[in-house]
Write a protein that binds this ligand. Structure first.
Ligand code: HEC
Length: 103
């Protein structure tokens, strides 16, 4: 009986954590589709494209890179301009989206 209740609350906890993730993922996906995919592609950038692939990359790596582009500690004319308009939420969402994509 206790176990059932415990399992129940565990599942509930997981579900609510997942719906938060789902919302961020959805926002990240929208951003990626509207902005990032123009250069980075969604899954498979063409092999000769000068744009680094993002799918399946480490979440923290992506967040750090975007924050560095935003505060211009990492230089790239293109990415400095793009990251300059991203909020912390945008960065978290889009990084989560790309990190979860299968490369
Ligand atoms: C106009 C083209 C363009 C768009 C649009 C663009 N990027 Fe980039 N991105 C680049 C280029 C070029 C580089 C390589 C810059 C460099 O040398 O540091 C890059 C590099 C990156 C890197 C670093 C990857 C690595 O391997 O270190 C990340 C992370 C990144 N972009 C994320 C994004 C995200 C997220 C978006 C959408 C919000 C986005 N980019 C939109 C052109 C673009």
């Amino acid at each position: 009986m206790r176990l059932v209740a415990l399992t129940g609350s565990l599942i509930l906890g997981l579900l609510s954590a997942q719906s938060v993730n789902a919302a961020s993922l959805y926002a990240g996906e929208a951003k990626a589709a509207a902005v990032c995919s123009q250069c980075h592609g969604i899954r498979m950038p063409s092999a000769d494209a000068p744009f680094p692939p993002l799918a399946g990359r480490d979440l923290d790596y992506l967040k750090t890179a975007l924050k560095q582009y935003r505060d211009k500690t990492r230089k790239s004319d293109i990415m400095n301009a793009i990251a300059g308009s991203l909020s912390d939420d945008d960065i978290n969402n889009v990084a989560m989206y790309y990190a979860k994509l299968k490369p």
